[in-house]
Design a protein around this ligand. Structure first.
Ligand code: MG
Ligand code: MG
Length: 284
């Protein structure tokens, strides 16, 4: 595993904050009738205008800057002209950047228009599980502690499904570094977390069965039962001494954009105190 110096953590933070800014701008635009292609073109231009490079485009053959997964699409949805957003959709938008050699990575599920209450609840629950995972990510503990916290809350308490095929990951000069950070697992197992490790924690939660498969496009992962899924992601750095993790990406500006966009519905925090514990030092 690659442990970053404080200087490298700061470089990674800039990349993650550009992801936050991009998702914030996208959050200002979203409305029914807009297409995936339109927000993707905007995001690419925005990232390049900021002197950076889209992190996903071209990596493993990925054709786009954003990955936009709608409703039963879990992750890796391709934003094209046929992806027309509709009232009642949930859109999991994942974005990566490269700034000064370092990757940033974060995702947010946006709720467009009149989203059904049970689906809003899926989103709230998934976002809260992300913060529970972050709260478990402390020096001296193990990756399995993060995994367990997310799985227990998602499956045991919520009755939702945890996707097994896709996991969180280390982050740095590569988008995917060791360790894998699954959203399921056992307490006290897996690699030990140490200061300077940067990881992306990203619960992918299904309303129904946890089973997923890829569409014919070879990219889009969808639920087998066609029920919706949500996906929230933050990149964090492990701090010394077992204290709370250092959040690199930031949901606050994204949520402010959502509150100011009449086409979107806000996904409330289930525990404001927990979320407040993990506010990034740098506001963009
Ligand atoms: Mg991501
Ligand atoms: Mg990721």
């Amino acid at each position: 595993m690659i442990y970053k110096t404080p200087e490298e953590v700061e470089r990674s933070r800039v990349a993650c904050l550009l992801v936050t800014k991009t998702l914030t701008e996208v959050g200002k635009m979203l409305r029914p009738g807009l297409t995936g292609k339109e927000i993707d073109a905007f995001a690419e231009e925005f990232i390049r205008d900021n002197g950076a490079v889209p992190g996903f485009k071209g990596l493993y053959g990925c054709p786009s800057t954003l990955l936009v997964s709608r409703n039963e699409e879990v992750v890796h949805g391709l934003p094209d002209k046929d992806q027309v957003f509709q009232d009642g959709d949930i859109l999991s938008i994942d974005c990566g950047t490269i700034v000064d050699e370092f990757y940033g990575d974060a995702a947010y599920t946006f709720c467009v228009g009149d989203v059904a209450e049970d689906i809003m609840e899926l989103c709230r629950h998934t976002k809260h599980s992300l913060y529970l995972g972050i709260d478990a990510a402390r020096a001296g503990r193990r990756v399995g502690d993060i995994s367990f916290a997310i799985q227990r809350y998602t499956e045991k308490i919520g009755g939702y499904g945890v996707v097994r095929e896709l996991v969180g990951h280390g982050l740095g000069r590569s988008l995917h570094e060791a360790p894998d950070v699954p959203n399921f697992g056992k307490r006290g197992r897996g690699p030990v977390l140490k200061e300077g490790l940067i990881i992306a924690i990203e619960p992918m939660t299904t309303q129904g069965s946890k089973d997923v498969h890829a569409r014919d496009d070879g990219w889009t992962i969808i639920t087998r039962d066609g029920k919706p899924a949500a996906h929230y992601e933050h990149s964090i750095a492990i701090t010394k001494g077992g204290g709370p993790a250092d959040l690199m990406s930031d949901h606050r500006p994204i949520e402010e954009a959502i509150r100011n966009n009449p086409n979107l519905k806000v996904v409330d925090n289930l525990d404001e105190e927990l979320v407040a514990r993990y506010q990034p030092a740098l506001v963009c």
